[in-house]
Design a binder for this molecule. Structure first.
Ligand SMILES: NC(=O)c1ccc[n+]([C@@H]2O[C@H](COP(=O)([O-])OP(=O)(O)OC[C@H]3O[C@@H](n4cnc5c(N)ncnc54)[C@H](OP(=O)(O)O)[C@@H]3O)[C@@H](O)[C@H]2O)c1
Length: 346
């Protein structure tokens, strides 16, 4: 099969497009014919550059922390999956042989594309317990991006913040991955009143186009004042951040109302942010952080996407042979949207 593979950390050129042996599924594993794998700034690009503390990556490595495609072969002892089923897989999973449903497994775990071969390949083997069925109507490119970002956003807004219909939420980073999906979960799934903010008019427009009720460019408008104006002085119930911009987050925090909840899974714009502790205790605010998610939410995310409630932003779909080029594009443009690699285009 063809795969993108690197044998040393370094510039994008270390990522080679090569012919390698087809992987053979072990007991409890399925093999997926990959139609989509997302390119990620941290987990692929920074990792390949050697800027991620290597995260225990095993070289040579086929990167790609997710994939969507069809089941192409079954390992021994796999009974619940069929060849040809449309599926996706991502994230932390067993590294050793395990039972089909993963019960009783106590061995090491790690992410595909870091500690076991990933999705930048025509074929990839994953444990059957780490595979999700795709609903009809959701294409592979969308499915891979949904699986990459939606469960984290879902966990923050639904499980941690417990955002309710009719409550108000401020979504930071309107044009970003978690921001754009967060807007749609809050609006189309939960039914909240959504205010979003970003550092450019274009990104604010993206947020409004995705369904936000109000958009604020924090560079041209007073963020706290605008939040209070829109909410009639009350402030928002939930602040969904994921950026930790030390210039912007303190202003958003002052826009959190009584019993407000701040949730976050990221801090690439910080990480250190000055917070007004008087506002924190005076308004009985809680802060919750988690970079993880509940795998039980995968199916809810796929269903919401299949119903058109969540549309992911894809900037480019490239053949797998362009993997190094995709890394170069991401390094050159910090604002580059999502790139999906499709090995069937190669
Ligand atoms: N599955 C997931 O998506 C997941 C899981 C766990 C953790 N995370 C973490 O969550 C965070 C957000 O991920 P994402 O994919 O949504 O990020 P993203 O799309 O790359 O960026 C989100 C927003 O951050 C702002 N931004 C970008 N670079 C910045 C910088 N250098 N300084 C300040 N602001 C900057 C921009 O908004 P403005 O308009 O404000 O400029 C951008 O739209 C990351 O730290 C990521 O590691 C993500």
């Amino acid at each position: 099969m063809k795969a993108a593979i690197f044998r040393e950390f370094g510039p994008p050129d270390v990522l080679k497009y090569e012919t390698v042996p087809d992987p053979v599924p072990r007991s409890g594993e399925v093999r997926i014919k990959v139609h989509a794998a997302t390119v990620n700034r941290v987990l692929d690009v920074a990792l390949r550059a050697g800027k991620q503390g290597q995260r225990g990556a095993v070289l040579p490595l086929i990167p790609g922390v997710d994939c969507a495609g069809t089941i192409d072969a079954l390992g021994p002892d796999v009974a619940t999956w069929r060849v040809g089923e449309r599926v996706a897989s991502a994230g932390v999973m067993p590294l050793d042989v395990c039972s089909e449903d993963g019960t009783g497994y106590t061995g090491p775990r790690g992410m595909m594309g870091i500690k076991r071969p990933g999705g930048f390949a025509e074929l990839v083997c994953v444990p059957a317990c780490a595979v999700d069925r795709l609903p009809a109507g959701l294409d592979f490119h969308q499915a891979a991006v949904v699986l990459r970002h939606c469960p984290t956003a879902w966990n923050l807004l639904v499980n941690l913040a417990e955002l309710k219909r009719g409550e108000s939420v401020l979504i930071m980073g309107a044009g970003g991955n978690l921001g754009s999906i967060g807007i749609q979960i809050a609006k189309n799934v939960i039914g909240a009143k959504v205010i979003t903010t970003a550092g450019s008019d274009d990104r604010v427009k993206t947020g409004l186009a995705l369904g936000a009720d109000h958009g604020i460019n924090y560079r041209t408008h007073g963020l706290t004042q605008e939040i209070l104006r829109i909410t009639g002085g009350k402030g928002v119930d939930v602040l969904y951040d994921n950026i930790a911009n030390p210039e912007v987050l303190p202003k958003a925090f002052k826009g959190l109302g009584q019993f407000g909840r701040l949730v976050t899974a990221g801090a690439h714009g910080g990480p250190v942010v000055p917070i007004d502790f008087f506002h924190l205790y005076d308004r009985r605010i809680t802060i919750k952080g988690s970079p993880t998610h509940d795998p039980a939410d995968h199916a809810k995310c796929f269903q919401a996407a299949a119903e058109g409630k969540i549309k992911v932003q894809i900037a480019h779909v490239l053949p797998l042979s362009k993997a190094a080029e995709a890394h170069r594009m991401m390094e050159a443009d910090p604002g580059m949207g999502k790139i999906v690699l499709d090995p069937t285009l190669s």
